[in-house]
Design a protein around this ligand. Structure first.
Ligand SMILES: *[C@@H]1O[C@H](CO)[C@@H](O)[C@H](O)[C@H]1NC(C)=O
Ligand SMILES: *[C@@H]1O[C@H](CO)[C@@H](O)[C@H](O)[C@H]1NC(C)=O
Ligand SMILES: *[C@@H]1O[C@H](CO)[C@@H](O)[C@H](O)[C@H]1NC(C)=O
Ligand SMILES: *[C@@H]1O[C@H](CO)[C@@H](O)[C@H](O)[C@H]1NC(C)=O
Length: 276
């Protein structure tokens, strides 16, 4: 799962966020294998954890408990076209990260990946003690046996939203106050997009602030680009990239209810296919 994260941020050196990224993204290869060319294949050895017995999974991510009836979706893994990914080995993973801290920052996709990873690690060594705590907005999951920490900071926009005295919520495109905690991390994994599309009741801000100007709204891709520029600059100023590995998971997919007639947790792939 770890190796599926898209490596983009390191390519952001001139702050020309989109455009440049897409070019480089297609050429990104590791050991001359393009990890992003491939498809999802059925694998009988999956899943790597059972959500029913992961004691700390949040309800929203426990599809089994939420009544989903089909199970096939649990059995897929990514298969690059030109090479094989090593099998996930939790012990090896923990040993490699000994004494290190890995932090996810982003929206529910990041939260989901953080939860999956900690469930996978717990499932592989259920006797190993774990400590789960929350400090401010940061959730910290630690395995003392391996001295590894997996952190999650939920921030759907990456940049700040501040509430003014009059109650107005301001999306501050040039401010990213949580960046200070990145310094300590050995691995940083970011994602953002989905929330930029929300309007109306689901939009959690009233105004946009961009350096010296405040306005009501603008094309969302423009706002997103400005925020990613702020983010990229902060990565450069806060993070020692010779020590810390940085991943940007691309954009989180949209997930509104396109399939109204089957918008329930227990719908099956077949029902979705029939309805689309
Ligand atoms: C997950 O665990 C539950 C409870 O122990 C069990 O009933 C179920 O069969 C397990 N599912 C899988 C896919 O292993
Ligand atoms: C455990 O890891 C932390 C960094 O996360 C490090 O500061 C500390 O020295 C390590 N402790 C031991 C006992 O290795
Ligand atoms: C913002 O305002 C400050 C203080 O007036 C000024 O120094 C700065 O150049 C302005 N920045 C931009 C991007 O307009
Ligand atoms: C799926 O859930 C709905 C309620 O959301 C329920 O009415 C229906 O009976 C369930 N179907 C199955 C096959 O469990």
């Amino acid at each position: 799962m770890f190796s599926l994260l898209l490596l983009l941020s390191i390519l952001l050196s001139n702050y020309n966020v989109y455009g440049k990224l897409i070019n480089d993204f297609n050429q990104l290869e590791i050991n001359s294998c393009d990890l992003f060319k491939g498809n999802w294949v059925y694998d009988d050895d999956y899943p790597l954890y059972n959500s029913s017995i992961c004691p700390f999974i949040e309800k929203q991510f426990d599809c089994l408990k939420n009544g989903r009836v089909d199970k096939d979706y649990l059995k897929y893994r990514w298969q690059p076209k030109e090479c094989n990914l090593p099998r996930f080995d939790a012990t090896e993973f923990q040993k490699k990260l000994k004494g290190k801290q890995m932090m996810f920052v982003g929206d529910s996709i990041s939260l989901n990946q953080w939860q999956s990873l900690t469930c996978m690690l717990h499932a592989a060594d259920p006797q190993a003690k774990y400590i789960s705590k929350r400090i401010g907005g940061t959730s910290i999951f630690t395995f003392p046996k391996y001295n590894t920490s997996y952190l999650m900071y939920r921030n759907a926009f990456l940049v700040d939203i501040k509430t003014e005295n009059n109650g107005a919520r301001v999306l501050e495109l040039d401010s990213l106050s949580s960046a200070a905690q990145w310094k300590e991390m050995d691995v940083l994994i970011f994602d953002s997009w989905h929330w930029w599309l929300h309007t109306g009741r689901k939009q959690p801000w009233d105004f946009v602030q961009d350096v010296n100007s405040t306005y009501k709204d603008a094309p969302r891709l423009t706002l997103y680009e400005k925020a990613l520029n702020t983010w990229a600059k902060r990565v450069d100023s806060e993070v020692d990239t010779t020590k810390t590995k940085i991943f940007f998971q691309g954009i989180s997919p949209d997930h509104d209810n396109k399939f109204k007639q089957v918008s329930r947790c227990n719908a099956t792939i077949e029902e979705y296919n029939r309805s689309s």
